[in-house]
Structures are given as structure tokens and as C-alpha cells.
Design a protein around this ligand. Structure first.
Ligand code: ADP
Ligand code: SF4
Ligand code: MG
Length: 375
């Protein structure tokens, strides 16, 4: 699905990521492909449970570890066996298809600046994770150490990646002040010695952004960094992301289920539902005139004034999404949106559609795109 002149800094190809549960495999990410160019910001937009965080965890190289951790606490024998088979497949260098069985964990390819991340060992991955690729999680407080002052926490990843012990403390602290300034934390000189709980929620989140930026990453992944914040605080956090990103020319993968947040921030957007990218393209085009039935319905479940006006002008009726997202341990056959799609036909229930490029760089996963009313 990548269609660019220059080499992307990140290229995800046919990514699949399955968890295990008592009900069997949870197919969280299914055949996901997209790319991010240098300095580009790409959004992963979609309903809760669509697989957005799982894509991020796969890129960070922690998906298997996290899903194994949950699996090990279940004590379930069939789950244990599935992970043993996954280990065997990795040892033999085989895919689940070659093993003749769907297996948990990550499969596919994630190319980052010419390296296939999934082929790296943990030591090699550690040089990239938290350094060249950083992650800003949702819910700042639980990802910070409540007992450590923020200047030292912010400095941590610089120290951790300073393999040759070339950095001096004064240099590091200067850099800490610079990034805390960049995210517009006030009275940094004094408050750098405060601990996380002494800041407001929005300030904590901006400190997390500073932490994710101090290594001057090539790619930052921000996973719903403003969920649960009121709009003023949200605005300042998003502004901080944009300020730092532009200053450092960092590429970004921005995850959100809020189209208003997404709209001002990303160049291109991938709309996800049930583990798949349903639509991918220029953010303004996709968010203002979505082509995929899922995107339309999802946007209509929380429409902006502009979208409402447009729909009225065209005399269209578009409803929000009925029912709930599919259970990914037992996904529907065919198009994953078919149980909730008002346009579904028998074909939709039998076969997963192919991607079609409906205009340059705009991809849609739907059997019936040509027949649908234009938005
Ligand atoms: N540790 C886990 N074990 C089993 N299933 C999980 C786990 N974490 C998430 N899931 C399931 O994987 C799917 C995708 O989840 P996630 O990637 O968190 O979606 P999103 O970030 O879009 O809300 C959901 O069906 C979710 O219930
Ligand atoms: S493929 Fe069929 S079910 Fe899926 S979105 Fe298109 S019309 Fe709806
Ligand atoms: Mg998530």
C-alpha cells in the first residue's frame, strides 16, 4: 500500500498480531500494511478494540512479551501449547502458514530505515526502542515513576542509550531543560525537581512527550495521549506534540478514536476496525469525505459541524454504527464490517475485499465502493 518516491522510514507489511485467551486466538491485527515517510504524521483512527494499540506494541517490539505475560497468568494448557508452537516456529524460521496452524504473536514485516525489526534480537531492538522509536502511552501517571523527580526521569532514556558513556551530566540536564521548555512547562528551573503527582494531568502528559522526545527520535508513536482530558488541556498537549515534532522533524504515528483530534494533526490517516485498515489516505480527504462505509458510520457516531453540513447539502442519510465491534476471538468471515454494514451482500459475508486505490494514495477495503452514494 506504499506509493511514494522516497523510501519510507517505516513500512509495515502484512502485519498480523494475535493474542491468546481462554477462547483461543484473539486476532487483534490482521494483514495491516502502511508506511510513514520522513517527517510525515500518520494517524491510526478507529473504534476501541480495533487493534490500534496492538499495532503500536508490534512496532515497539513488545507485543509478544505482553501477550505472553497475560497468557502465562491464565494457566490455561491450550494457551501454553500455542506459545510453545510459536517458539518452535521462530526457532525453525517458519511462519504459521508453514506450520499449518494459526499461532499467537506477531508476523509480517516491519521495516524501519531499511531494517526488518521483527528479525532483530532483543539487544538490537533495545538500541532502537525508546531511542529512535519512542512511545507516548495513554494515561500519563501510570507510566511515570511517582518517586523520581521529572528531570531524572526525562534524562533516563538518554543515559540508557549512551553506550559509550560519552555524555556529561551537565549536557544531559541542559537537554532536559530544553525539551521541558519545548513542551511549554512553566517554571522549569524550579519544577524540574518536582515529582509526577505534583503536576496537573495535562502537564504530566506533556512531560511524557518531553521524555519521548529527548533522544530526538526518528519516529514517535503517541497512543491516545489526550483521551479523558478536557478540551483546553487537550489542546495544549496536542500543541506541545506539534511544536516538538516540527522542531525535531520527527515522524509520528498518532493513535486516536477522536476525529477532531486527528483532523488537525496528521497528514495521512489509516482507519481501523476489527484488526484491519478499512481506508487509508490523505487525512483531509478521508475525514471530510470518507469513502468506506465503516469510516462514514464511525465519523457519524460523533460528527463535526462540517460533516453534518456536508451531509445535509447532499441530502444523504448516514447513521452511526449499530451493534458492537466483533469479538476478535471469533471474527466474522468475509469483510469484518459485514454484520454492521447496511450495504452488506452475500459476497461481503464470504470474502475479504481486496484494497483498491480509488484515487492516488487513497485506498479502500470494500467490495461495493463504486456503487455507494458519494459523500
Ligand atoms: N492482553 C490481551 N489479551 C487478549 N486480548 C487482548 C489483549 N489486549 C487487547 N486484546 C484484544 O485485542 C483487540 C485489539 O485491542 P487493542 O489493540 O487494544 O485495540 P485499540 O487500541 O484499537 O482499542 C481487542 O479485541 C482487545 O480486546
Ligand atoms: S465490503 Fe460489504 S460489508 Fe464490507 S464495508 Fe463494503 S459493503 Fe459493507
Ligand atoms: Mg488502544
Amino acid at each position: 500500500m506504499s506509493s511514494t518516491d522516497n523510501e519510507p522510514i517505516l513500512r509495515v507489511e502484512n502485519l498480523r498480531a494475535y493474542y491468546t485467551s481462554k477462547k483461543g486466538l484473539v486476532r487483534a491485527v490482521e494483514d495491516v500494511s502502511f508506511s510513514i515517510m520522513k517527517g510525515d504524521s500518520v494517524g491510526l483512527f478507529g473504534e476501541s478494540g480495533a487493534g490500534k494499540t496492538s499495532v503500536a506494541l508490534a512496532i515497539m517490539g513488545v507485543f509478544d512479551k505482553i501477550s505472553r505475560y497475560y497468557a502465562s497468568s491464565s494457566g490455561d494448557e491450550s494457551t501454553k501449547r500455542l506459545w510453545e508452537l510459536r517458539d518452535e516456529a521462530r526457532r525453525k524460521g517458519l511462519t504459521s502458514a508453514e506450520m499449518g496452524q494459526a499461532l499467537p504473536g506477531v508476523e509480517g514485516q516491519i521495516w524501519f530505515r531499511g531494517k526488518d525489526l521483527l528479525s532483530l534480537d532483543e539487544k538490537e531492538y533495545r538500541k532502537i526502542r525508546g531511542n529512535e522509536i519512542t512511545y507516548v502511552p495513554q494515561g500519563s501517571r501510570k507510566s511515570m515513576n511517582p518517586y523520581m523527580t521529572i528531570d531524572y526521569q526525562t534524562a533516563e532514556s538518554l543515559w540508557a542509550h549512551d553506550e559509550n558513556r560519552a555524555l556529561h551530566e551537565r549536557q544531559v540536564m541542559r537537554r532536559v531543560l530544553e525539551v521541558l521548555d519545548l513542551v511549554e512547562l512553566s517554571d522549569v528551573d524550579i519544577r524540574k525537581a518536582f515529582k509526577p503527582g505534583q503536576f496537573s494531568m495535562g502537564e504530566d502528559q506533556r512531560i511524557l512527550i518531553a521524555m519521548a522526545m529527548i533522544t530526538r527520535p526518528i519516529l514517535m508513536i503517541a497512543d491516545e495521549p489526550t483521551t479523558g482530558m478536557d478540551s483546553g488541556v487537550q489542546h495544549r498537549v496536542l500543541e506541545a506534540i506539534e511544536l516538538v515534532r516540527k522542531e525535531l522533524k520527527t515522524s509520528m504515528l498518532f493513535i486516536s478514536n477522536d476525529q477532531k483530534v486527528m483532523a488537525g494533526l496528521v497528514d495521512r490517516v489509516a482507519v481501523m476496525s476489527a484488526g484491519r485498515i478499512m481506508e487509508f489516505g490523505d487525512a483531509k480527504t478521508v475525514l471530510k469525505s470518507p469513502g468506506h462505509p465503516f469510516t462514514r458510520a464511525f465519523i457519524m457516531s460523533n460528527p463535526t459541524m462540517e460533516v453534518l453540513r456536508r451531509i445535509r447539502e447532499k441530502g444523504l442519510v448516514v447513521r452511526g454504527i449499530p451493534g458492537s465491534p466483533p469479538d476478535m476471538s471469533n471474527p466474522p468471515p468475509g469483510c469484518p464490517f459485514n454484520p454492521r454494514c447496511e450495504y452488506a451482500t452475500d459476497l461481503c459475508k464470504q470474502r475479504v475485499p481486496d484494497y483498491r486505490e480509488v484515487e492516488p494514495g487513497h485506498w479502500i477495503l470494500c467490495h461495493r465502493y463504486e456503487e455507494l452514494p458519494r459523500f
